[in-house]
Structures are given as structure tokens and as C-alpha cells.
Design a protein around this ligand. Structure first.
Ligand code: F6P
Length: 319
């Protein structure tokens, strides 16, 4: 292996920079030329790439976002979107590629493997933690802690005013992030897409809580469970109490990565590059039971049962 590329795809996640650093340093130490590709698949299609020396990744382990930038590029799945990538790959003369991102990015990586014979290894990074083959993805822990910090602050004002707060947490169609936030903040309710909920029952429980002397109610809503604005409106109508809504949104994606994410990203970045150097590819690295693992890039199922089970377990822990 003489030249290895690295790119970030999909939504950014805190810790992506730590992963880039680890990939570049591992390759560099082995005497490989490392190439940073900007803006994911689109950057690859446009040949927007430059060598990354060891020093060029200094001082980024603590930075949020991704120095390589990222974007969603669904056109890559089509023949039209793929054609410029083929051209660009010839020019770049890459012997391997590390893709840091989520499932969409890994589907793209698999396409490169199959259609262009390019060795690819994936590194899971998304705040949603919805990637089969790893217990946790880069960015989840930081997003969780950002949300916890926000909810703790909301709790203060909720208690002062005796209010109900509906707080929307990201996670796309999965509720794992919201479930973790709810348990860690001691929220009264968690509304998750994995489990049907009944707003009348939610309201009855909240009212019973006030009867027992509770001073507020915090309702964590996963964005995939329904519109927070609708839920807020319905609860207000049913209970005739003061209800406020907070959508945490992209705040959860930014900021300095947690210590956990920096370590995770460093381990996974190292593991991915080592595999490529050993001629192993077509896989995603992961961490399972605190062990570095691999799983096939190909035929990735949408979601494994594990996150759903964990969400259920967490929801039970709320009671
Ligand atoms: O996949 C990460 C994520 O932050 C999801 O939680 C959210 O639904 C989505 O990305 C938002 O995407 P965008 O940044 O494109 O608005």
C-alpha cells in the first residue's frame, strides 16, 4: 500500500477529527502517503483531495466537526453520480480508502469495493448510534452529554415555574439517543419511535406526578417519534398547564468531543488503517464488549435488534 485516502461522510459527529488524526498517523508511521478527501463522495468525484502529513493533523483531536468537511451525496448511488468518481480514482491512484461515517457512507464504500476494486474499511461515526456491528459509534457519547447538560438546565427553569417541557432529541428514526438522555436526566417520560405511546396515558401519569408533589415534568421526545410541536400542543390542550417546547437540534452535533469519543475514535481509526495495511478490507471496524471487531460492509441490515432492545431496557429503567 502506497497511498491511502480518508474521507468523512453523512452528518458530522464529534470525534471525526480524532479518527482522521489516528488514521493519518497510523498510515504515516507505516510510510504510506495519506490523502485527505474533502466533502465526502462529492469531493472524491471532483478530485478535491490533498496529502495529509503527520503534522497536518496536529491539534485537531479536541476539535468538533470534521477538518475534511462532509456532505450527504445520494447521487453516488446512481450511475451518473458514480461516473466522475471512477475518473477521479484513476487520477488519485489510491490503494485503499478509510470511510468515516454512517450506514449511507458504508453503502458507498461497498460500491467502491465491488465496482472499482478499491479496498475500503469503514469507521462508524454518527450521533444516532444506529449502526449494526458496533455497540457504539463515534459522536454518540458527546451528543448524549450535550443533551444531558441542556436538559439539566431546562430542569432548573421547569421546576421554578412548575412547567412541563417537551424536549426533542435527534436520532433520525431511532430512539436510542433519546432513551439514554431520558434515563440520564431522570425525565418523567421518553417517547421513542420503537414503541407506540398513548398521549392520554402520558398526561394521566404527568398529572398523577403533580398530585404526588412533583414540581415539573420533563418529556424527552426522539425526533422520529413525532413532531414535538404537535405533542406540545396536544398535552397543553389536555392538561391546561403551561407546556414549553425545546428542540435541541444541531447543538447535539457540535462541540469538543468527550474523552470517551476521543479514545474510541483513536482506537477505531488505528484499527481500520492497520487492517488496510494488512490487506484486509470490505469491512467496518467496531467495538463490541470493549473489543475491537469487524463486520462486513456488504449487505448491511438497516438495524440490528440490539439498539431496540437497549432502548426498551432503558425505557423500563425510567419507571
Ligand atoms: O444522522 C445524524 C443526524 O443528526 C440525525 O440525528 C438527524 O436526523 C439528521 O442527522 C439531521 O440531518 P441534517 O444535518 O442533514 O439536517
Amino acid at each position: 500500500m502506497k497511498r491511502i485516502g480518508v474521507l468523512t461522510g453523512g452528518g458530522d459527529a464529534a470525534g471525526m477529527n480524532a479518527a482522521i488524526r489516528s488514521v493519518v498517523r497510523t498510515g504515516w508511521t507505516a510510510g504510506v502517503e495519506m490523502i485527505g478527501i474533502q466533502r465526502g463522495w462529492l469531493g472524491l468525484a471532483e478530485g478535491d483531495a490533498a496529502p495529509l502529513a503527520s503534522g497536518s493533523v496536529s491539534g485537531i483531536i479536541q476539535r468538533g466537526g470534521t477538518i475534511l468537511r462532509t456532505l450527504r451525496y445520494p447521487a453516488f448511488a446512481t450511475d451518473e453520480g458514480t461516473a466522475p468518481v471512477a475518473k477521479s480514482l484513476k487520477k488519485l491512484k489510491l490503494d485503499g480508502l478509510v470511510v468515516i461515517g454512517g450506514d449511507g457512507s458504508f453503502r458507498g464504500g461497498d460500491k467502491l469495493e465491488r465496482e472499482f476494486n478499491l479496498p475500503v474499511v469503514g469507521v462508524p461515526a454518527t450521533i444516532d448510534n444506529d449502526i449494526p456491528g458496533t455497540d457504539i459509534s463515534i459522536g454518540f457519547d458527546t451528543a448524549l452529554n450535550i443533551a444531558i447538560d441542556a436538559v439539566d438546565k431546562i430542569r432548573d427553569t421547569a421546576t421554578s415555574h412548575g412547567r412541563i417541557f417537551v424536549i426533542e432529541v435527534m436520532g433520525r428514526e431511532y430512539g436510542l439517543l433519546a432513551a439514554h438522555v431520558a434515563v440520564a436526566t431522570g425525565a418523567e417520560e421518553a417517547l421513542l419511535p420503537e414503541f407506540p405511546f398513548d398521549l392520554d396515558a402520558v398526561c394521566r401519569r404527568i398529572e398523577a406526578g403533580y398530585d404526588r408533589g412533583k414540581k415539573h415534568a420533563l418529556i424527552i421526545v426522539a425526533e422520529g417519534a413525532g413532531k414535538a410541536s404537535y405533542i406540545t400542543y396536544e398535552i397543553k390542550n389536555r392538561l391546561q398547564r403551561q407546556v414549553r417546547m425545546v428542540v435541541l437540534g444541531h447543538v447535539q452535533r457540535g462541540g469538543s468531543p468527550s474523552g470517551y469519543d476521543r479514545n474510541l475514535a483513536s482506537r477505531l481509526g488505528y484499527h481500520a488503517t492497520e487492517l488496510l495495511l494488512q490487506g484486509k478490507h470490505g469491512m467496518m471496524v467496531g467495538i463490541q464488549a470493549n473489543r475491537l471487531t469487524t463486520s462486513a460492509l456488504r449487505k448491511r441490515t438497516k438495524i440490528s435488534i440490539a439498539p431496540v432492545e437497549r432502548a426498551a431496557e432503558l425505557q423500563r429503567a425510567l419507571a
